[in-house]
Design a protein around this ligand. Structure first.
Ligand code: FES
Length: 117
């Protein structure tokens, strides 16, 4: 089953329920971009024409991923070095722990995210 939170770049028609987050041209390959949307800390990561939007707080003890590092499609938390796969969202050593990922859409160079209800 496809992961609906990882979409290739495409135009969005319906943005109902989505909030503006960032201009597409602010995202650089392999560079983390931290934004706050409606009070939610979101980290954007662009990798090989894919864009990931994740909660910037680690599910372990809430450290900010933005202070960590990227190793391919793995993000490493700076506090205890837990490694999460961006595609699956899973912690490598225990898939029970997962990143919070957000659906996003792009329209006219603007990226919008859908927050939890
Ligand atoms: S807070 Fe991220 S690994 Fe502990």
């Amino acid at each position: 089953m496809a992961d609906s939170t990882v979409w290739h770049i495409r135009l969005a028609d319906d943005l109902e329920g989505y909030y503006f987050a960032v201009d597409e041209n602010e995202l650089k390959e392999g560079v983390m971009k931290k934004v706050t949307v409606e009070g939610t800390p979101i980290l954007f990561i662009k990798l090989k024409e894919k864009i990931f939007a994740i909660n910037n707080r680690c599910p372990h003890m809430a450290c900010e991923f933005s202070g960590g590092s990227l190793e391919g499609d793995v993000i490493v938390c700076p506090c205890h070095d837990w490694r999460f796969n961006l595609e699956t969202g899973e912690y490598e050593d225990n898939p029970w722990f997962k990143l919070t990922k957000y659906e996003w859409r792009i329209k006219s160079g603007k990226i919008w995210v859908k927050l939890d209800d």
